[in-house]
Design a protein around this ligand. Structure first.
Ligand code: NAP
Length: 265
């Protein structure tokens, strides 16, 4: 098994990474940062986002396992004190591979067209003032948006930024994207639906910039600023992210533990 480890950089995560390398050295595990089959993320959900973007270009060839060194994560399902148990099971058993949908955007500028994938969400915000954009769904005008911004989240990202905006929590077995508004202005000219919208896999949405404006685009934890964006096409990607499960880690238990505070065990 070719593997790589990405840790958050704090002393506990770093020491667990070293311990992981030492424990698997006795087995048929080969450290390979360039082309791993398994990526172990040690830290939190933010660390898993980093790991995802490190290997985004080879995302269909990689499976992720998350160990959390803080609170329970949505992507990190093993605790720091379970490292030995995880290694024991990893070296003996084949995991169940669970695949989650990803969001894809295609950015159009006069000079180029660029594609990005996100695991949690994309956000589009105005930098100097409100964002002014027309939103089309399946090539037909849907609404004229004016406000702070728009968040397009994946099902697994629905518990992150999207949830803070009152968006629905969506099970990752549903292939869709959720479009949520950040502080939209509603009047006769600019009118938005006001509630978040779920787009199925076979639909797409275009966000067309309606004025010369500096736009801040975030792709999970990565932020980009551009002045030349003409349009952004959003869709459910045909690619998915894979997680290696060595024991059950149900989505609704995670939601309950993270937000309601009841322990599933
Ligand atoms: P951060 O600001 O350091 O942390 C954001 C928080 O979101 C962390 O507690 C992180 O968990 C948690 N998180 C990440 N993915 C999650 C998921 N799928 N479900 C539930 N919680 C999740 O930023 P970061 O660590 O670089 O993460 C970037 C993410 O921050 C973005 O993708 C966005 O979703 C989120 N964000 C949220 C808001 C908001 O809610 N108002 C605003 C901006 C960004 P860990 O502590 O385990 O890493």
């Amino acid at each position: 098994m070719k593997y790589a480890v990405i840790d958050r950089g704090d002393p506990l995560s770093k020491s667990l990474a070293e311990k992981f390398h030492a424990l698997v050295a006795e087995h048929d595990f080969k450290r390979n940062e360039e082309a791993p089959e398994m990526v172990i993320s040690i830290g939190g959900d933010g660390t898993l986002l980093q790991a995802f973007h490190t290997y985004v270009d080879q995302i269909t060839d990689v499976a992720f396992v998350g160990i959390h060194t803080g609170h329970l994560g949505f992507y990190a399902d093993w605790q720091a004190d379970e490292l030995e148990e995880l290694v024991a099971v990893m070296t003996k058993e084949s995991p169940r591979i669970v695949r989650y949908p990803l969001a894809e955007i295609e950015l159009e500028t006069p000079a180029e067209s660029r594609h990005y994938l996100s695991l949690n969400e994309f956000t589009i915000k105005g930098v100097d003032g409100t964002l002014v954009a027309q939103i089309n769904i399946n090539d037909e005008m849907f609404e004229m948006f004016r406000g702070d911004g728009i968040v397009i989240s994946t099902p697994s990202g629905s518990t992150a930024y999207n949830k803070s905006l009152g968006g629905a929590v969506v099970h990752p077995s549903i292939d869709c994207l959720q479009i949520a508004e950040i502080a939209s202005i509603n009047n006769r000219v600019y009118r938005t639906l006001g509630s978040s919208v779920l787009l199925p896999q076979h639909h797409h949405c275009d966000i067309l910039s309606k004025k010369e404006q500096r736009i801040q685009l975030t792709i999970d934890h990565v932020s980009i600023m551009r002045t030349d964006i003409q349009s952004i096409r959003c869709s459910v990607s045909s690619r998915k992210v894979s997680f290696a499960r060595y024991r059950p880690f149900t989505f609704w238990n995670r939601v309950r533990e993270a937000f309601l505070g009841y322990d599933a065990k």
